[in-house]
Write a protein that binds this ligand. Sequence first.
Ligand SMILES: Cc1cc2nc3c(=O)[nH]c(=O)nc-3n(C[C@H](O)[C@H](O)[C@H](O)COP(=O)(O)O)c2cc1C
Length: 347
Amino acid sequence: MSANAYTAWRAEAKRPIPPQWPTRITELLGIRWPLLLGGMMWLSDARLVAAMVRAGGMGFITARSSRTDEAFRQALRDCRALTGGLAFGVNLTLSRRAAHNDGMLARLHIALEEGVRIFETAGLPPTQLLPAIREAGAVVIHKCAHVRHAVAAQNMGVDAVTLVGMEEGGHPGSNPLPTFLNGAYALEQLHIPLALGGGIGHGRQIAAALALGADAVVMGSVFTPALETPAHEAYKRRVVATDAHGTRAVLGSLGDTWRVLDNDNARKVAALEQAGARSYPEFGDLISGERTQALAYQAGQHEEGMLSMGPAVGFARAVEPVAGIVARLQRECAEASGRFQRMLGSI
Ligand SMILES: Cc1cc2nc3c(=O)[nH]c(=O)nc-3n(C[C@H](O)[C@H](O)[C@H](O)COP(=O)(O)O)c2cc1C
């Protein structure tokens, strides 16, 4: 897409949607609500991301989930068709295992060729990705778990940061601090927009994050059983039946904390770690993403695989469309902020 075509497309994508909870992030991304659905490995496909975008938030197709470059390109085209031209994002997660990063730069170039101009980066600093993103005039939100990493990303020139706490489903990093504490400290040092993530699944938490000073929230776990999520019905039923205590963090001793559903597989991993396993090969197939995708997400064997999940899952109480989840969050957020405003008004 040429620069002119992109400008016209972006203007069109923005036009019919007046921002309804305006923040610096809704402005930056041209969305109605400061609600981001963070990229979810294997799950953030065209249909799920488009559903979030159509509901007025932002979603990110996980570049890693496509097995080939061609499949990735097709996913972007499908998403463009499903959003009716509204802008959507791509998640570029860099792995701590360097060999796993081959191909991420190529995926970035494909996304740029396909007109994507919104990126969520995560895992490692986006040093190798930034020049191409900058040259294309695209927006980048970097996700990290330490305030000092958020400040480093700000200094590096990203447009916004997402800071996640230890409650985050997936890889919350080595910082043991929770989301709201991270956020309060970060706001003392950041001048670029901040999204807060980790453990958020109720609208009153969104109201609290916005009142704290965040420009958006990032969620994942609470959307895992959404109707549009590309996963087996049995997995979704298991997720809906899981409460706030149904997740556990493993692999912290490898410096690679992973918060997942507390299933049989996670308990085996925890037992190996407890017994002294300290390298990835010692966990074998138990931590294989391909195995998770094939057995749990595709075949519905939810006691197999590493199923990224945080305690916000307790707020996911039904398999329902993304639009329904977003509407619930909006209602709850409005109620909570109304209460706060009335309280202030009565002082
Ligand atoms: C199933 C699942 C898969 C995830 N995969 C990724 C990923 O590949 N890359 C990434 O940056 N974040 C990933 N995340 C983290 C989310 O993008 C988001 O930051 C997180 O879910 C927010 O915390 P919450 O789960 O407590 O809502 C994943 C989360 C979940 C639940």
